[in-house]
Design a protein around this ligand. Structure first.
Ligand code: ATP
Ligand code: MG
Length: 571
């Protein structure tokens, strides 16, 4: 088996041979000027309101990767400031996913909710400095007062409340004396700022929902934009890396730390990962689960880390993918073919080859002795001789793929047809002698062949060349299996997230799952463990799913063998 938790050792970025990405350029400069001494401290800050997806994998690889590269630290911090959407189920799955990807936060697992008391104390100081006020405008009024991109906002009539009055009201907010939504605490910044985020943004709101960790201890909750810089500051983070949509929020990030007069870290934005044929935001993924378009968060079609894991992706392949896409400052969409290329590359030397017939057609070798069984020796992986060999039973009755036989073949069809010869992989050359059809339907039910005993793979004396080589399984020995073939969840290549995506369910691919219930696999897979990966020869890479039962293994196709990315690269 592969060592799934091994770290990829990386050279320090100081090595001039390795081009630094723009974040590393900033870090290198900060180390040179001694801005944070020589410290590099990052964090991965998921909100536990859903399962992690491959976009998060990019953020995890970046944040934990930088810490590894610079000998620094990376914290795992749950950004749990909104109790209405969060759940422990998500907290648990997030930890499992980060670990599985191969990263470790040591003893640095934090929760923004651990800082609620501290943030409250800081906020009292902020009010005392005259930099925050309690505002009674309704949500609708607040929107109207905010102004637009072209027009300045209007100051709230509550902006001039005295410090004493604000302290008193804020304390009462905490004590639960006001209804949800009736009051908020706002920063006193600038209602005329060209940046809407700076027009007296809300810092605290009243929410009467039980929090998954703090229970009912609080009924006021800090906003993400306010809690985030404070959490970074408390943890001594040096570089707070987030996605581009927070660029306009950076002035507020800086304002918060300055106004409080606490340790200043810096926010750096990078382009989020978008993938073709894939929707990524948790709220959309949640909808797929809740409305039953997929079976679960870890449905193998989902772009979640748990879905990819269950599908059969390796942590190495995901880390490799994240390395290859790099870190950029402008948004773009990555072809999902690159992700598929990465898993093929990884499994090529790791996955044993086996023969599996997905749509079986019976083939009888009339001149092969009935009852005889030969144990043929086959290499497990021609790309990796260390993987050794196994035996495959061969007998008179076998199954081949329906597609590998045609009664009236077109030119250049090198598979089996009446009167033609093909090689059975690892076995003999056979010749098609006769076709048996169902009298009523006309469907082909059996193909009869003869074999040439002098053509045994590896040792035959009459090893003439034939163009077609077919995989097969012995009828008496094959293991029945269910095989699930997956296609993209979405038909559209380019997927607009945001408002435009709300109708994305209309573009779901109706054929994203095909279940083949009558497959036959060679008997060597009998001992396979859930999660084991194989190459089914000529079909692709597959992994054994947890839906398997003692007498019916279930395989997920991870990816087919056809590599459209490699082709693109060559062009
Ligand atoms: P979503 O919209 O999917 O819910 P989010 O940004 O709200 O994503 P968080 O849990 O807040 O999810 O994100 C945790 C971290 O992962 C953040 O630093 C965020 O910037 C980063 N992240 C989220 N999505 C992507 C993505 N597609 N590419 C890169 N990083 C991402
Ligand atoms: Mg979010």
């Amino acid at each position: 088996m592969t060592n799934e938790t091994a770290h990829v050792d990386k050279e320090p970025a100081a090595n001039p041979a390795i081009p630094a990405n723009f974040i590393e350029v900033i870090i290198n400069e900060d180390i040179k000027t001694g801005k944070y001494g020589n410290r590099v401290h990052t964090r991965f800050p998921p909100e536990p309101n859903g399962y992690l997806h491959i976009g998060h994998a990019k953020s995890i690889c970046l944040n934990f990767g930088l810490a590894l590269k610079y000998g620094g630290k990376c914290n795992l911090r749950f950004d749990d400031t909104n109790p209405t959407k969060e759940d422990v189920e998500y907290v648990d799955s997030i930890q499992e996913d980060v670990k599985w990807l191969g990263f470790d936060w040591d003893d640095r697992k934090y929760y923004a909710s651990d800082y609620f008391e501290k943030i409250y104390e800081y906020t009292v100081e902020l009010i005392k400095k005259g930099k925050a006020y309690v505002c009674d405008l309704s949500a609708e009024e607040t929107r109207q007062y905010r102004g637009t991109l072209t027009e300045p906002g209007k100051e709230s009539p509550y902006r001039s409340r005295t410090v004493e009055e604000n302290l008193d009201l804020f304390e009462k907010m905490r004590a639960g004396e006001f209804a949800e939504g009736s009051r908020v605490l706002r920063a006193k910044i600038d209602m005329a700022s060209p940046n809407l985020n700076m027009r007296d943004p809300v810092l605290y709101r009243i929410i009467r929902t039980t929090h998954h960790r703090t229970g009912d201890a609080w009924c006021i909750y800090p906003m993400y934009d306010y809690a985030h810089p404070i959490s970074d500051s408390i943890e001594g983070v040096t570089h707070s890396i987030c996605t581009l949509e927070f660029e306009d929020h950076r002035p507020l990030y800086d304002w918060t730390l300055e106004a409080l007069g606490i340790y200043q870290c810096q926010q750096i934005e990078f382009a989020r990962l978008n993938l073709t044929n894939t929707i990524m935001s948790k709220r959309y993924l949640r909808r797929l689960v809740e409305e039953g378009y997929v079976s679960s968060w870890d449905d193998p079609r989902m772009p979640t880390i748990s879905g990819l894991r269950r599908r059969g992706f390796t942590p190495e392949s995901l880390r490799d993918f994240c390395d290859r896409i790099g870190v950029a400052k402008s948004n773009s969409t990555v072809d999902v073919a690159l992700l598929e290329h990465c898993i093929r590359e990884d499994l090529n030397t790791k996955a044993p080859r086996v023969m599996a017939v997905l749509k079986p057609l019976k083939l009888i070798i009339d001149n092969y002795p009935a009852g005889q069984v030969e144990e043929l020796v086959a290499e497990n992986n021609p790309e990796n001789p260390d993987m050794g060999s196994r035996t495959i039973p061969f007998s008179r009755e076998i199954y081949i793929e329906q597609d590998d036989f045609m009664e009236n073949p077109p030119k250049k069809y090198f598979r089996l047809a009446p009167g033609t010869e093909v090689r059975l992989k690892q076995a003999y050359i056979i010749k098609c002698e006769q076709v048996v059809k169902d009298e009523q339907t006309g469907e082909i039910v059996e193909v009869h062949c003869s074999y040439d005993p002098d053509t045994k793979s590896g040792s035959g004396t009459a090893n003439r060349k034939v163009k077609g080589v077919l995989h097969w399984v012995s009828a008496a020995h094959a293991v029945k299996a269910v095989v699930r073939l997956y296609d993209y969840l979405l038909l559209n290549q380019e997927v607009e997230e945001g408002e435009a995506a709300k109708d994305f369910v209309d573009t779901l691919n109706p054929n994203s799952l095909e279940v083949l219930a009558d497959c036959l696999v060679e008997p060597s897979i009998k001992t396979a463990q859930v999660g084991s990966r194989f190459q089914f020869m000529r079909h692709g890479y597959f992994s054994l799913d947890r839906d398997s039962t003692a007498d019916m293994p279930a395989f997920n196709r991870i990816v087919s063998l056809k590599d459209s990315w490699a082709k693109l690269e060559k062009k």
